[in-house]
Design a protein. Structure first.
Length: 250
């Protein structure tokens, strides 16, 4: 396949992934397999994806800010809890066996997909209402940070599950929080992958361009249309991921 065609395909997949990641999560389960299909090693695809994630979330944050949907102080305090886990996860990721990498991804996505369909107290609770177990969000963020630094794919679902079930946030607020936290922990993870030479910068730039454009429009739709649209996109992503997993185990 000509290199130009590969780059066009990667841009298109990045566009879709950026839109999906802001609305729900799971976009990396599209971009990482595509990069592997186009010839990258799985660990290099994992590292290359980090630049796209960083640019995508920077674009989404800018869009949220312009929509006046920005809560810096509380989000930043929570984001700090993801950093130790993300740094540790990225250090493990640059050494992981590729086969083990894929098996772990499949297992975690199954668990997260199941959690998405569990009843959430947020459906009957205001945005500011916290449960007596709200402290559990901190060890949860530490663990999610590790997973995000390690493999990234599907981490949006983990954030959504934690913020919905522990803090009872609605999906609009969940999206703002998860995008910012992923942006923060991606910074040290990205440096670790770059230091170990696990990034293809040409693919990263093309993928990041698509992700950023998709994320920009997704953030605008998320803020204006609210939870109903996010639920619709989330359902579509979950069905797509379930189909990919079934194929993986055949």
């Amino acid at each position: 396949m000509p290199e130009v065609i590969k780059l066009l395909i990667l841009f298109a997949v990045g566009l879709l992934a950026g839109f999906i990641n802001v609305m729900a999560g799971g976009g990396s389960t599209l971009t990482m397999p595509m990069m592997i299909f186009l010839g990258l090693n799985g660990i290099v695809a994992n590292g290359t994806n980090r630049i796209a994630i960083f640019i995508q979330n920077l674009s989404a944050l800018r869009s949220f800010h312009l929509e006046k949907a920005y809560e810096f102080k509380p989000i930043f305090k929570m984001a700090l809890w993801t950093l130790p886990g993300a740094i540790t996860g990225a250090l493990v990721a640059v050494q992981i066996n590729n086969t083990l990498f894929q098996r772990i991804l499949a297992f975690v996505i199954i668990i997260v997909v199941i959690s998405i369909f569990l009843p959430s107290p947020a459906d009957k609770t205001s945005n500011n209402s916290l449960s007596k177990n709200s402290w559990l969000i901190y060890p949860a963020l530490l663990a999610i940070g590790f997973y995000g630094g390690f493999i990234q794919a599907g981490v949006g679902f983990l954030f959504m599950a934690a913020l919905r079930h522990i803090l009872h946030f609605d999906l609009v607020k969940v999206n703002r929080y998860k995008i910012f936290m992923i942006f923060i922990y991606t910074i040290p993870a990205l440096f670790i992958f770059a230091f170990h030479g696990k990034i293809d910068y040409i693919y990263a730039i093309v993928l990041a361009s698509g992700n950023a454009l998709g994320a920009w429009w997704s953030a605008k739709i998320s803020s204006r249309k609210g939870e109903k649209v996010i639920r619709f996109v989330l359902l579509g992503v979950v069905i797509l991921m379930a189909a990919k997993l079934l194929k993986h185990f055949n």
